[in-house]
Ligand binder design. Structure first.
Ligand code: HEC
Ligand code: HEC
Length: 463
């Protein structure tokens, strides 16, 4: 039998699926008969705690993590057997059963460690705001250290903090890294690639005391710096070149956002500006055409992300998109999972549902979704550079003229056809000579006279 661990040492985010999909489902469909709140507990089974399903009811464990087939609970909700069908009065919707299956398959992560759970007590905003990450940033005095001679005259502030803590814990510091080790770390940190043998030689043979600083500056200034560090932001911004979340649609312009991020790192864009542009770049006044385009592209941040564009309930889809935007803004810029407050006050952070729906109102009035059978996203044209713009205008003008001429010619042709009652012919031999008039459509008897056939519909008189 699989032993269910009851430790809470799980990776952050592992319970998100449970909180979003599973807990509300169990609460809605099962707690009435399978929780401490139930008037009369049924089948001896509690589903409002992890221990509840792990111990199970009259027939033993209800869930075997990682093994959907071996889990009694999933058999019960699948209505496969006649003798145990849950909930008893109706079958769960397909997507609900699929969600339970997916959760069990992935290991049935469940944070409900207590035998029973108390009712929600609500949040204490004042107390919540005292949590360290909600307090204003303050400058901490850099610890004064007196390193031994030759052991760090060049210590930076971070080194001093580390050394002070090491001293406090009674841990001896390690030796300074050898120059080639330092160099290798520097390259990996700043551009994600190791140095070449020549670059190592150059560094080791450079006698200048500024060699290290100059190298750092050079690496910070290289295009690979933005590519390496931009990648991390692209992860935070859930960057992908297709939508996922249902039928996957291609984001054919996603590369523009990728380049925007890389350039932002390489151009040292101030972080506050970087945030504003991604949330509301289209509303920011722009000085130049390039800046305007850049800010439009930045708002791609809101359009990225997995959405089920095929969802037929359009109002739900709209709110799902809004939810995903709030969730991402919370995670990316605030380091918080705001999405939980869609259904109840946040349990740990000071975020009430009021705040969630205040934000939802803002994103709801932001047009990023184009509803349709298969919905899509709003696309805005970028302003081309003047010479290109001229060329496009000229091209549009020319094709417009050509189209108008074509339309007129077709009209003329139709007129001729109507008055002459004749269809056109295609002459593929320009040397052909016209030696008579064209006949109209007519049927001809076959040689035997037994069958009527269609032939010579453009037979020429006199041939
Ligand atoms: C209206 C009450 C009711 C609801 C709602 C309900 N159940 Fe049950 N459940 C029962 C009863 C009664 C039994 C015992 C019946 C039996 O053994 O045939 C039972 C038994 C079970 C068992 C077997 C327990 C064991 O060890 O024998 C499982 C698993 C189960 N339910 C899962 C669920 C799940 C999952 C839900 C929600 C999706 C649910 N039930 C909703 C009444 C309910
Ligand atoms: C789709 C709606 C929904 C979302 C999103 C949601 N929950 Fe819940 N949550 C519920 C429901 C329903 C309950 C059951 C309430 C009850 O038992 O009274 C619940 C209960 C809880 C409880 C039980 C404790 C208590 O006070 O009753 C915790 C803890 C919890 N949720 C945490 C979270 C976290 C963390 C997130 C975000 C990762 C989250 N929830 C997202 C619907 C949701």
């Amino acid at each position: 039998m699989v032993v269910v661990g009851l430790s809470n040492a799980r990776a952050a985010g592992e319970f998100d699926y449970f909180e979003k999909e599973i807990r509300p489902l169990l609460h809605k469909h099962c707690y009435k008969c399978h929780s401490t709140e139930a008037e009369k507990l049924k089948g001896g089974l509690l589903l409002d705690s992890r221990r509840g399903w792990a111990t199970g009811g009259d027939s033993g464990p209800a869930i075997v993590p990682g093994d959907p087939e071996g889990s009694l609970l999933l058999r019960a909700v699948s209505y496969a057997d006649d003798d145990l069908q849950m909930p008893p009065k109706y079958k769960l919707a397909d997507h609900e059963r699929a969600a339970l299956g997916k959760w069990v398959e992935a290991g049935a992560a469940d944070p409900r460690d207590h035998q029973t759970e108390g009712k929600a007590e609500g949040i204490d905003l004042t107390k919540g705001r005292e949590f360290w990450s909600f307090r204003p940033v303050t400058n901490q005095a850099v610890p004064k250290m007196n390193p031994a001679p030759g052991q760090g005259e060049n210590l930076g502030a971070i080194d001093r903090f580390i050394l002070a803590r090491l001293a406090k814990e009674g841990i001896e510091r390690v030796d300074l890294a050898r120059p080639e080790t330092l160099l290798r770390r520097l390259y990996f940190d700043l551009i994600g690639l190791p140095p070449t043998p020549e670059q190592i030689d150059d560094f080791l043979t450079d006698p200048s005391p500024e060699a290290y600083e100059r190298l750092v500056d050079r690496l910070l200034g290289s295009p690979q710096f933005g590519e390496t560090w931009g990648r991390h932001w692209l992860d935070v911004a859930r960057f992908a070149e297709s939508s996922g979340g249902g039928r996957s649609l291609m984001f054919k312009d996603a590369w523009r956002f990728r380049d925007y991020v890389i350039n932002a790192f390489n151009d040292d864009k101030p972080f506050d500006q970087f945030i504003r542009e991604q949330i509301a770049g289209d509303l920011m006044p722009a000085g130049t055409r390039e800046q305007q385009n850049e800010r439009f592209v930045a708002t791609g941040f809101l359009a990225l992300g997995p959405h089920n564009y095929e969802l037929q309930d359009k109002e739900l889809l709209r709110m799902e998109v809004v939810d995903e935007q709030i969730e991402t803004v919370g995670r990316a810029f605030l380091g918080m999972t705001l999405g939980c407050a869609r259904c109840h006050d946040h349990k740990f952070d000071p975020v009430p549902t009021d705040d969630y729906y205040a934000l939802a109102g803002i994103f709801r009035s932001t047009q990023s979704l184009v509803p349709g059978n298969v919905s899509s996203w709003v696309a805005r044209e970028l302003e081309p550079e003047p010479t290109l713009k001229k060329a496009i205008e000229q091209h549009t003008g020319e094709t417009g003229e050509a189209n108008a001429a074509l339309k007129a010619a077709k009209k003329e042709l139709r007129k001729v056809e109507e008055t002459s009652g004749k269809t056109g012919i295609i002459v593929d031999d320009l040397q052909a000579e016209k030696i008579g008039d064209w006949d109209g459509w007519h049927y001809e008897q076959t040689a035997q006279g037994s069958k009527a056939g269609l032939s010579g519909n453009l037979a020429q008189n006199g041939t």
